[in-house]
Write a protein that binds this ligand. Structure first.
Ligand code: BES
Ligand code: MN
Ligand code: MN
Length: 460
């Protein structure tokens, strides 16, 4: 360990430079114009994995973007850790809101600013660097390591479940290690043991065959924008409780122990409000902000359009309107069932004289890791050793659909060892990642791999 720590300390600058190279590749998986760059990120990682001394590196083509895979020499009797990350990123738009170009990483105030700095290039790269450091000791790794990097997480990982099934043997492992979440707060490291699932819908409402004069026709035809707003407002009550019949049917209620643990987390509601520029929060009655943000299901409009958007007033009755709606799910809700319930409900409130089309986009299952899993305890110890503070156990509201697939297909629990922070602005302009946490992340990863065999043996 001493040698690895020294190596990590001595190569800080090199690590940053390498990460910058990766961040310069605009691997936006949603953008058909960026296909080549997504492939380029995969091949950059392939080369990099070969360079750090892993003995098997392979790129697998899929129907979408490639899976980059690597493994260390596998030795009998040692735990197998599969490290997962994604090299694709969200679109950077709106570009004019960035203080510096999204694919031209810079450091300001100790943070790396770039699209993907935190989600997920910076966070996943920390593990590659810890492995490099451990291998630099000239001996074998303390555990068996497998690495799986995909390029389709931000579009719902459509090709990953079939890949897991096809390569079940190659990917067999005792646990999956993922850094693609956030810590509770600065200097408050946490392990995430629950993630929400997702169902994502789109509703299109078509009215008359063209935009109409709102004076000449207003009052005689159903306005698609008015109708869509009515349909949407019926989806929730004024506190955000979802009114779709059957929506809560499969929800596992929070148990008293967990609620108690939630209430003991050092959450500062005032600071939370302030960080968002709000003077009041909102949400389902009877639940705290932390519970609402991670352990309760939600429904939110994510996009809404219709009619005239330009300057001034154009008197027009729009021909069509549309909305995108995300629902975050908790155990044991199923995205397929929720999509059906949503569709049935919208159909039941669709007015005559309008054509309503409902589309289901990609979704994902919620996921939980059992709190008594020895891997979680080892991860907690690694965090507290490096950050010199007690680790917290939390749930988060975002989704990583493949986590449920790892459980279902590989029968492996996931350890969500996030190095990010809320202020990293994932998916937003000016995404960033703290340099301190990048380097502490590398050390935490190395520490975890070092101490894991002991935890595995004693099933601590
Ligand atoms: N890394 C995020 C998920 C995340 C972020 C989980 C912060 C917990 C805390 C991931 O890349 C992501 O953005 N997931 C999408 C879902 C996906 C299907 C597009 C999400 O949560 O919206
Ligand atoms: Mn991510
Ligand atoms: Mn993301």
């Amino acid at each position: 360990m001493a040698a690895a720590s020294a190596y990590i300390e001595q190569h800080k600058e090199k690590f940053e430079k390498e990460l910058f190279e990766l961040l310069r590749i605009p691997s936006v998986s949603t953008d058909p114009e960026r296909k080549e760059e997504v492939h380029q990120a995969a091949s950059w990682l392939h080369n990099h994995l070969s360079k750090i001394g892993l003995n098997r590196v392979e790129t697998f083509d899929t129907e979408g973007f490639p899976v980059v895979y690597a493994q260390s020499t596998q030795r009998e009797g040692l735990p197998v850790v599969l490290i997962y990350g994604h090299y694709d990123v969200q679109p950077p738009e709106p570009l004019e809101e960035w203080s510096s170009p999204p694919f031209d990483p810079v450091v300001r105030n100790g943070r790396i600013y770039a699209r993907g700095a935190s989600d997920d290039k910076g966070q996943s790269f920390a593990h590659l660097k810890s492995i490099e450091a451990l291998l630099s000791e000239g001996k074998e790794l303390p555990v068996n390591v497998k690495i799986l990097l995909e390029g389709e997480e931000e579009i719902g990982s459509p090709n990953l479940p079939p890949f897991l099934k096809e390569h079940r043997k190659m990917l067999s492992c005792d646990m999956v290690l993922i850094s693609d979440t956030s810590m509770f707060a600065e200097n408050r490291p946490s392990i995430t043991y629950g993630l929400r699932g997702l169902a994502y819908m789109e509703v299109l409402v078509q009215g008359p065959n063209r935009d109409l004069h709102s004076g000449v026709y207003g009052g005689t035809v159903r306005n698609p924008a008015n109708a869509l707003c009515e349909m949407i407002s019926g989806l929730t009550d004024p506190n955000g409780k979802v009114l779709i019949p059957g929506f809560y049917e499969d929800v596992v209620p929070l148990d008293e122990n967990e609620r108690e643990a939630f209430s003991n987390l050092p959450f500062d509601e005032e600071a939370y409000k302030k960080s968002l520029g709000l003077d009041a929060l909102y949400g389902e009655q009877g639940y705290s902000t932390l519970e609402r943000a991670s352990a309760r299901p939600t429904l939110d409009v994510n996009g809404l359009w219709s009619g005239y958007q330009g300057e001034g007033a154009k008197t027009v009755l729009p021909a069509r309107a549309g909305a995108k709606v995300s629902m975050r799910l908790v155990p044991n809700q199923k995205p397929g069932k929720i999509a059906r319930l949503f569709t049935r409900y919208i159909r039941s409130v669709s007015p005559d004289g309008l054509k309503v089309t409902i589309k289901t986009h990609h979704g994902g299952d919620p996921a939980m890791t059992p709190l008594d899993f020895y891997g979680l305890k080892a991860a907690g110890k690694a965090f507290s050793d490096i950050y010199n503070t007690e680790v917290l156990f939390t749930r988060e509201g975002g989704s990583i659909p493949v986590v449920a697939d790892f459980t279902r297909i590989l029968d492996a629990p996931s350890i969500l060892m996030g190095f990010g922070l809320k202020e990293d602005a994932l998916h937003s302009p000016d995404e960033s990642f703290s340099l301190t946490d990048f380097h502490r992340g590398i050390r935490t990863s190395a520490r975890f791999l070092e101490i894991l065999p002991e935890f595995a043996e004693l099933r601590l």
